[in-house]
Design a protein around this ligand. Structure first.
Ligand code: ADP
Ligand code: ADP
Length: 225
């Protein structure tokens, strides 16, 4: 599903290259649940953003679902993203001016999914995540855990093949964090959705089947859990 070859990312300031990632090569198969771990500043978010096509590598090749991402134009990349990727953020990144319902609906409108199909998918997600009663509320009327459930529902609305999550429980209490990790495990095991998360938590990493340890922009270890 994912094939990274010799990925490098650097920022040049006054002619000096500051490397964030170097020689990163790995492959990830459909159905895996991978945790990216490592110290702060190691390049974890940058790697996740490259996987999610939110950032471009400076060098190297990235193949996603058989497509060579680095050669695609912006329009094709957005299409690939919308068809396959659900992104979940630490700080949720919901749209404050939209209700829970509208936040979940947004990716379906981008994809021009018809009205009745939209309604049934959203109703199903609200029901599954036990947030039916919250559908007309705004994000700031919800707890952090509820906001993250909405963030995940939004990521799932377009029925992605993969969920990319950057510290999804980083702002949550442990009970809420556990609920989110159980949900990820269920999505992975029962629906075969590939999951890649960045986490600082050894406990969270144990929900997956593989850990990539990154330090100084290099994969130092690739462990089976
Ligand atoms: P992590 O997620 O492991 O904490 P990041 O991928 O966020 O690490 O960042 C890795 C390094 O890249 C950091 O040293 C950070 O300062 C640097 N970096 C990230 N984005 C930029 C940018 N836009 N310009 C310059 N340096 C950046
Ligand atoms: P219409 O029936 O006029 O075609 P829809 O019922 O499809 O319109 O929805 C119009 C808008 O109302 C949607 O884009 C959505 O934001 C909102 N909406 C639809 N159903 C609900 C609902 N059950 N709860 C909250 N908002 C909804």
């Amino acid at each position: 599903m994912i094939e990274l070859k010799n990925i490098e990312k650097y920022y040049a300031t006054k002619g000096v290259k500051h490397y964030v990632l170097r020689h990163v090569s790995t492959s990830i198969k459909q159905g895996e649940f991978v945790s990216i771990m490592g110290p702060s500043g190691a390049g974890k978010s940058t790697l996740l953003n490259i996987l999610g096509m939110l950032e471009e590598p400076t060098y190297g090749s990235y193949e996603f679902m058989g497509e060579d991402v680095t050669t695609l134009n912006e329009r094709k990349r957005i299409e690939l993203y919308r068809n396959h990727i659900g992104f979940v953020f630490q700080a949720y990144h919901l749209i404050d001016e939209m209700t829970v319902y509208e936040n979940i609906e947004a990716p379906l409108l981008y994809k021009k999914i018809g009205g009745s199909e939209r309604k049934s998918r959203i109703a199903d997600l609200l029901d599954r995540f036990n947030i039916v009663a919250k559908k007309d509320l705004f994000p700031n009327q919800l707890s952090g855990g509820q906001q993250q459930l909405v963030g995940i529902a939004r990521a799932l609305a377009a029925q992605p093949s993969i969920i990319l999550a950057d510290e999804p429980t980083g702002n949550l209490q442990s009970a809420q964090a556990e609920e989110i990790m159980n949900l990820f495990q269920k999505l992975n095991k029962e629906e075969g959705i590939t999951i890649i998360q960045v986490t600082h938590s050894e406990k969270n990493a144990q929900y997956g089947n593989r850990i990539l340890h990154i330090a100084d922009g290099v994969i130092k270890e690739d462990l089976v859990v």
